[in-house]
Design a protein around this ligand. Structure first.
Ligand SMILES: *[C@@H]1O[C@H](CO)[C@@H](O)[C@H](O)[C@H]1NC(C)=O
Ligand SMILES: *[C@@H]1O[C@H](CO)[C@@H](O)[C@H](O)[C@H]1NC(C)=O
Ligand SMILES: *[C@@H]1O[C@H](CO)[C@@H](O)[C@H](O)[C@H]1NC(C)=O
Ligand SMILES: *[C@@H]1O[C@H](CO)[C@@H](O)[C@H](O)[C@H]1NC(C)=O
Ligand SMILES: *[C@@H]1O[C@H](CO)[C@@H](O)[C@H](O)[C@H]1NC(C)=O
Length: 318
């Protein structure tokens, strides 16, 4: 059931939003910079596509990162906003731009989740709501990619589009550095499965980049939007179906496998293999960060806050 935000039959929501708006305005006046999503790089475009104008200087590198997330995980989104905030990445390259957006489907029914999403949209404007049904299957991924030309236009708004999950940590600088010299067309980049030969014990229709995070060039995204999807693809594992579809369509022939820099976090009781191992300094992406304790382990390992906090008597840990 599609839910329309701010419907007339929920007047209390207006009251709530009015109060928030008032608070928000107070903040905008007092702290104008603090309310923007402090993304690592400069944004590629206005965050609301309906008011998008041309960017003044065409950046050298433009990527959209869509983090597929569900309405209820607002706490995780908050963590990710911190993790990808500009203050953690002082050495950003100003010629790069990166838009990071959270992607949810519009079958939201829980009133609390709707309220949270509305607040987040007001504060950060970094959410894309698609006409789809929440699922981990290909349906949502397909909606994501195939809606992008409608949302952002066809004039190559991005060089690359990434799909990732909210339990993946991307090291944005390493990711961008590894993409810089790659072709901007017909590209398919990620962690290729099966990795290292046969370390996958079930039959797959075609090799594919795992769903922890993969990148397509814009032309492949347009091709998906314009192509008839093979029947019955929507109800299967999203990453596998994408790999199969690209093989059938002979797309994504510039293929880049980033093992062992993209991998799953290794749990205490798990053997390492080619897609799961201990943290390494050359990491691009690490996945299966479901618990906050794993996030904390990872962020500590990569020295994410190390030396960046100015000593102050307001926040003295010692
Ligand atoms: C910044 O971007 C430019 C242009 O793409 C590139 O040549 C340069 O290597 C980048 N610098 C860093 C530190 O990544
Ligand atoms: C959306 O619909 C799917 C399938 O009916 C359901 O499993 C899911 O819980 C719904 N999502 C939300 C956020 O209600
Ligand atoms: C949303 O998707 C449903 C099911 O595919 C379709 O019937 C409906 O017309 C779509 N709504 C919009 C606004 O595109
Ligand atoms: C790849 O497989 C070979 C043998 O199957 C094994 O010896 C090697 O350790 C594996 N490499 C990784 C990175 O898992
Ligand atoms: C984190 O910082 C420590 C101490 O400065 C250093 O030895 C280590 O290599 C850093 N780790 C990474 C992943 O860069």
């Amino acid at each position: 059931m599609t839910h329309s935000f701010l419907s007339k039959d929920r007047p209390y929501l207006y009251l709530l939003l009015f109060s928030c708006l008032f608070l928000l305005l107070t903040f905008i006046v007092v702290y104008p910079k603090d309310l923007r999503l402090q993304s690592l790089f400069s944004p590629c475009r206005n965050s609301d596509p309906s008011v998008a104008g041309p960017v003044s200087i065409k950046p050298d590198f433009r990527m959209l990162i869509g983090i597929l997330t569900t309405p209820k995980t607002f706490e995780r989104r908050h963590l990710l906003r911190h993790v990808y905030s500009k203050s953690l990445w002082p050495d950003k390259n100003v010629t790069d731009c990166l838009d990071i957006r959270f992607v949810v489907c519009n079958n939201v029914t829980n009133e609390d989740h709707i309220t949270m999403l509305e607040l987040e949209i007001m504060a950060y404007n970094d959410i894309i709501i698609l006409n789809c049904t929440e699922t981990v299957l290909f349906d949502k991924t397909h909606s994501y990619f195939s809606s992008l030309p409608d949302l952002f236009g066809r004039d190559q708004p991005y060089d690359y589009v990434m799909k990732t999950d909210d339990d993946t940590y991307l090291r944005l600088d390493a990711l961008v550095a590894s993409l810089r010299d790659k072709p901007r067309t017909d590209m398919y980049y990620g962690l290729d499965i099966p990795c290292n030969g046969t370390e996958f014990n079930f039959w797959i229709p075609a090799p594919f980049m795992t769903g922890l995070g993969y990148v397509l060039s814009w032309d492949v995204v347009e091709w998906m939007a314009d192509s008839e999807m093979p029947l019955d693809f929507t109800n299967h594992a999203e990453d596998m179906m994408l790999g199969w579809w690209l093989q059938i369509g002979e797309k994504g022939k510039n293929r880049y496998n980033n093992t062992p820099m993209m991998y799953d976090f290794r749990g205490d009781d798990q053997e390492p293999n080619c897609y799961r191992h201990d943290l390494t300094a050359d990491t691009i992406a690490v996945h299966r960060l479901k618990e906050n304790s794993r996030w904390s382990t990872v962020l500590k390992y990569f020295n994410v806050t190390h030396g960046l906090i100015t000593p102050s008597k307001l926040h003295d840990f010692s």
